[in-house]
Design a protein around this ligand. Sequence first.
Ligand SMILES: [Cu+2]
Length: 279
Amino acid sequence: MAEINNFPEEMLTEHEHWHMRPGNPSGGGRAINPWPPTGRSPALGSGEEFLNWHNGFIDRFRNWVADLPEAQRPTGTEPWTEIPGMLKMSMVGWNSNLAAEDRQLQDMTNFETLDELGRFLEWSLHGHLHSSASQVWGDTILMSFRSPKSTYFWQLHGLIDQWRQSFVDRNAPVDSRFSVLNINGEETQARVGEPFEIDRYQFHVPNTTNLTIETTGPSDTVLYLSQVDNPNVLLDVNDDGGQGFNSRISRSFRSGTYYCYLVFYDRGDIGTYGISVRS
Ligand SMILES: [Cu+2]
């Protein structure tokens, strides 16, 4: 048992109320009850609340630790960076579904929203981490509402918070000057509205694959494509590889973010075009 003996009682109460009083935020409960009487799957919004509330709770815990004299600081609360091997044993309930979920988390483009990620985590892997760690290491607090008293709580919720963070990082446009193109999404309709305009795009490639970036329409376009994760370095350029005077770049891509610059061949022209990235 890895118990934090001096853990503040008010933070235990805070955690317990948050879980035990769903739909009662003025009583300290989570605002969105994940399981209303008619619910068959966790309520929309409850996943995002789960992730964000725990993120704040972790912050308050870290601040509390930082304010303690060094000798009184709990040890062994560093976040796990992945699910510990001992928790991936069938003796504690690991199975092919959990393994598939673990793999899904390797690529955050598998989740449309933070809420979807939170609902996915709270009712499956999160529960497994609590119960399996409790079993393997004989930590009974971890299965109670006093679980924040356990060092494992901070390790496992630290890991969950890293998943939250990688979703947020993945979905924050690296640079808002670059419009996002979704692979195999609808063609983006755009225009060069002024002479000498440069239109900027980015797209994220989850795994190594062959893709085609292409423009359509009546305009004579030129496409400049950057190196992976580096908008400063040119990888490829194309003028008339597509239909008519359109551009097309077909090639293999590594995983990461690519940046595209589009101009008209005659830099004085204005006009419309469509642009897409397809596999
Ligand atoms: Cu938990």
